[in-house]
Write a protein of this length. Structure first.
Length: 275
């Protein structure tokens, strides 16, 4: 394995809640590859999660911030610049839907909750990019990643208004990717990850069945949180300097499949009479 891919690079990682989090795995991998970074999460997440434990392991610290609050984001990026100067990478790994948590179906969603879903899960990414740009916080040829999901393109039962949030975050990556790329050569991409047993993902109705289905459908099987972290490291590195404005599928091939033999076999079994 290539070592020190991120040697000398500095960054900010948003959303590392606990050991199940993709952001947690990214932080561990980035640290192992020589990066230095600040961790940030919401006050409630800091209170109930293990972010401080991760910070200690990675020899860094946490800046508490509500990612929907521009003033809080300014505090995070200003804090990073005070410590490192300009930074080289940012990870947005934030998502939450009150409608999903409360089991409200898509055709009956609460619109106040809907606004919160979009603000937390997608608009926070735009605010993050806007703040970073105004502060000139990211070095030329830096890299910004947000995590997404195939529900942005396809209807998946139970994913609810989070699908809209993922579609929006991918659009933001393209629109801001043009502006930031043109002006500063900064790359902005989204990673469409397999369904993953994170704290947020596990809250989706029927999640276990979804994971089983995508595992059967994907030629390579579902991508794990750790494998997603490896992919993030390559995108933070200088090996991917000309990759930008892309939604990059990291899902074992699921996004290109119609029906696999394993999935068809399971489907056929449902029609067989019971003994």
């Amino acid at each position: 394995m290539v070592c020190n891919l991120l040697q000398g690079k500095k960054g900010v990682i948003f959303g590392a809640l606990n050991e199940k989090s993709i952001a947690w795995k990214v932080a561990e991998k980035a640290f192992d590859q020589g990066a230095e970074f600040i961790l940030s999460n919401a006050p409630a997440a800091i209170r109930f999660g293990d972010t401080e434990k991760l910070a200690e392991a990675c020899k860094t610290f946490v800046i508490t911030a509500d990612a929907t609050d521009v003033a809080d984001l300014e505090k995070v990026f200003s804090g990073a610049m005070e410590r490192y100067g300009k930074i080289d990478f940012v990870l947005h790994s934030i998502g939450m839907s009150p409608n999903v948590r409360k089991g409200i179906p898509y055709d009956e969603i609460n619109y106040d909750f809907y606004q919160k879903t979009l603000d937390i899960s997608a608009l926070s990414f735009h605010k993050m990019l806007q703040v970073a740009r105004k502060l000139d916080a990211i070095n030329d040829w830096g890299s910004v990643i947000a995590l997404s999901y195939v529900a942005a393109q396809r209807t998946l039962y139970g994913y609810n208004d989070m699908a809209d949030a993922k579609a929006l975050i991918e659009s933001i990556a393209r629109s801001f990717g043009y502006i930031y790329g043109r002006d500063k050569k900064i790359r902005i991409n989204t990673i469409s990850q397999s369904p993953t047993y994170t704290t947020a993902g596990s809250g989706v109705k029927g999640f276990d069945s979804l994971v089983d289905f995508t595992e059967r459908m994907s030629p390579l099987g579902n991508a794990t949180a750790e494998e997603c972290a490896d992919y993030c490291i390559t995108l933070f590195s200088d090996l991917t300097r000309k990759v930008t404005m892309q939604n990059l599928y990291h899902d074992g091939g699921f996004s290109s499949m119609g029906m696999s033999a394993r999935a068809m076999h399971q489907y056929d079994k449902s029609f067989r009479p019971c003994d």
